[in-house]
Design a protein around this ligand. Structure first.
Ligand SMILES: Cc1cc2nc3c(=O)[nH]c(=O)nc-3n(C[C@H](O)[C@H](O)[C@H](O)COP(=O)(O)O)c2cc1C
Length: 197
């Protein structure tokens, strides 16, 4: 009797684990497939805890040779946000954003030679992770391009007082969403090739 009970409990645990894992997979895919750029925010502030979670998920991204050649400047000061908004009019910061995280490449941590340029992919991976985290948390996020536009890089560097080895790659503008943009279907089978072009 005891043995039967043990086997039944074990089976139930295995089934529950499998279901849990399938649910996790589905919710991860849902988050990825339903993320959209948000450009209208309520003006309410995100908590330090929410920003901390987003930064941690950003730094969980893969990087070439695990160099992690990045730095993140969290901007929530009204004057600094206004300066960034003026420097990057397409940032929509003035539409009630709470924070802008300036995602930067740190050239002292980047690879050398031809591989140095991988810092762009590395910081892009962190950026997408942060946007996905924000969406998973019910927050809104927008990727605002900076690098490789030299004038934008200079303006943002000046505002955040970046040392010369720090290159702003983009902004992740964050806030509580005040719009629900439709998800764009970007799947195009013609973009896919198998084995050869
Ligand atoms: C490198 C890069 C730069 C971007 N810069 C801006 C920007 O300056 N302003 C803006 O409103 N959106 C910007 N976006 C967001 C794109 O416009 C958006 O991702 C695209 O239209 C697809 O929409 P979705 O994010 O809702 O899927 C940028 C995205 C990337 C990847």
């Amino acid at each position: 009797m005891k043995k039967t009970l043990f086997i039944l409990t074990l089976t139930a645990m295995i089934i529950s684990c499998t279901c849990q894992s399938e649910q996790n997979t589905n919710s991860a895919l849902d988050v990825i497939n339903t993320r959209v750029s948000v450009r209208q925010f309520t003006g309410d502030k995100l908590t330090d805890q929410q920003i901390d979670t987003i930064l941690r998920v950003g730094m969980a991204a893969p990087t070439a040779v695990n160099k992690q050649p990045w730095a993140f400047v969290v901007v929530d000061d009204a004057e600094q946000l206004s300066a960034l908004s003026q420097a990057l009019p397409s940032s929509r910061i003035e539409n009630g954003a709470s924070h802008a995280i300036v995602v930067c490449g740190d050239m002292t941590k980047a690879l050398e030679g031809e591989a140095q340029g991988y810092w762009v992919e590395d910081t892009s991976a962190a950026t997408e992770n942060m946007l996905l985290a924000a969406h998973a948390m019910g927050l809104g996020g927008l990727w605002v391009g900076v690098y490789p536009i030299a004038e934008k890089v200079k303006r943002v560097s000046d505002i955040i007082a970046a040392p010369e080895y720090i290159v702003p790659m983009c902004l992740v503008v964050l806030g509580i969403p005040n719009e629900q943009p439709a998800v764009k279907d970007k799947y195009k089978p013609e973009n896919i090739h198998f084995n050869r072009w």
